[in-house]
Design a protein around this ligand. Structure first.
Ligand code: FES
Length: 133
């Protein structure tokens, strides 16, 4: 059975092959919803899409074992990689503001097929170098 390591919580859990990360995290009591750097976390606990890949609030960073997950789903590609129109010559991916879009996933869309390491509630780099670029 694959092992999921939650880095922030210092917790390791065994999950069934092909399990959905969000479901297993909730079962293990791992908090996924953080709002914007902690602001609105309580609201997001209630007002999320409950696993349909629509709201983007279950964002996690897969720091190890990305190859042991399913490929990025269409909903994740829309959230993390789809360019938004800008007046700039080089359009920005819509969540380029937060950085790490290659390792960022939606927990509700991640299928665990092998050992992975996950950072929950990754901070949003609102004032980082990407934000105004
Ligand atoms: S719970 Fe809404 S995107 Fe995952």
């Amino acid at each position: 059975m694959p092992i999921v390591t939650f880095v922030n919580e210092k917790k390791e859990i065994q999950v069934p092959q092909g399990a959905i990360l969000r479901t297993e995290a909730i079962k293990a009591g791992v908090k996924l919803y953080d709002g914007l750097n902690g602001i609105g976390a309580g609201l997001n606990d209630l007002l999320n899409c409950h696993g349909f890949g629509m709201c983007g609030t279950c964002r996690v960073q897969v720091t190890k074992g990305m190859e042991n997950t399913n490929p990025m789903t269409v909903r994740e590609k829309i959230k993390f990689l789809t360019p938004i129109p800008t007046p700039l010559p080089d359009p920005l991916p819509c969540m380029a503001y937060i950085g790490s879009e290659e390792t960022m996933r939606l927990a509700c869309m991640v299928q665990v097929n092998g050992d992975i390491e996950v950072e929950t509630r990754p901070p949003v780099n609102v004032f980082g170098e990407n934000f105004f670029s």
